[in-house]
Ligand binder design. Structure first.
Ligand code: GUN
Length: 284
């Protein structure tokens, strides 16, 4: 079994990002990312702070906008409008979930698709589905990067994605399809899940249930990518895959923590670099 070291690969990506950011700054354009947090969800605050810290480390200008939970939809739309027009900002991220009184789709659609470094705007989602260049959701983009770094051949493989969220499952399936895998999307309503997983060469599990994927559900030599981050009552962080038993059976597996998790922010910074380069190209 080979352990996929997301911490190491994410450091490599961040080093590349830092070099690119310095080069862009020397050309007179420092990459800039705005991160918006509405409300006081603790996990979201932790994510937003990590994103800000990562920007600093990688020479990316970062703006953190922390708004109270009482913020209206219009106030948030206006803030996005300002950031859309701000030439110092090349990426805009609105941390999800948003408070219930705000329509998430409306907010996402307000972000200029050219600054949508999360890849959530319908324009970018659509581009991915027809394999055009655009921003791709960071976690699934990170998974593909990990597979490539470990020289795992995706073409022609049976890939099973467990979970169909807009952030992970659906873009993951589209990315695997783009890499010529034969892709099956499964989810909480799938019957006989193990019929699919037992035939899978690559399994990406993103269902949000601790230790959901068991060793008897996979074939020998399967590649297991665990996107889950679940906090147990005793404080331990575990994935969606039963790592202890799967590690005996898998050919490659990502640990939690230290697998897919660290890749998300690295890919976000990478998307911010891409956005800045696009901006520079358009200006010329
Ligand atoms: N909430 C959970 N994951 C994400 C993400 O990747 N981006 C944003 N904006 N919010 C999230």
């Amino acid at each position: 079994m080979i352990l996929i070291d997301g911490k190491n690969i994410s450091s490599k990506v961040k080093d590349e990002v830092k070099n690119e950011a310095i080069n862009l700054a020397n050309l007179g354009i420092k990459p800039g990312l705005a991160v918006i947090l509405v409300g006081d969800d603790k996990a979201s605050l932790t994510y937003v702070n990590s994103k800000e810290k990562a920007c600093k480390m990688c020479e990316i200008y970062s703006v953190k906008k922390t708004l109270p939970a009482s913020t209206t939809e219009d106030e948030l739309l206006n803030l996005i409008d300002e950031l859309n027009k701000d030439d110092k900002i090349h990426g805009i991220l609105v941390q999800l979930p948003l408070p219930k009184h705000i329509d998430e789709n409306k907010i996402i659609e307000k972000i200029d698709p050219k600054k949508d470094v999360d890849g959530f705007h319908p324009i970018n989602v659509g581009k991915l589905s027809i394999a055009l260049d655009g921003f791709v959701s960071c976690t699934p983009a990170g998974v593909i990067r990990l597979l490539k770094e470990y020289e795992i051949d995706i073409s022609g493989k049976n890939a099973v994605v467990i979970g169909r969220s807009n952030i992970v499952g659906k873009p993951m399936a589209n990315l695997l399809l783009k890499e010529n895998a034969t892709v099956t999307i499964t989810h909480s309503k799938t019957k006989n899940l193990d019929f699919y997983t037992k035939n899978a060469d690559i399994i990406v599990v993103a269902i949000g249930i601790p230790n959901f994927l068991k060793a008897d559900m996979v074939k020998d030599g399967a590649i297991v990518i665990d996107v889950g981050i679940n906090r147990l009552d005793d404080g331990r962080l575990v994935g969606d895959a039963d790592f202890e038993n799967l590690k005996e059976k898998a050919s490659f597996i990502t640990p939690v923590p230290g697998g897919v998790g660290p890749m998300t922010i690295a890919m976000l910074l990478n998307n911010t670099i891409i956005s800045t380069k696009n901006f520079l190209k358009e200006k010329k």
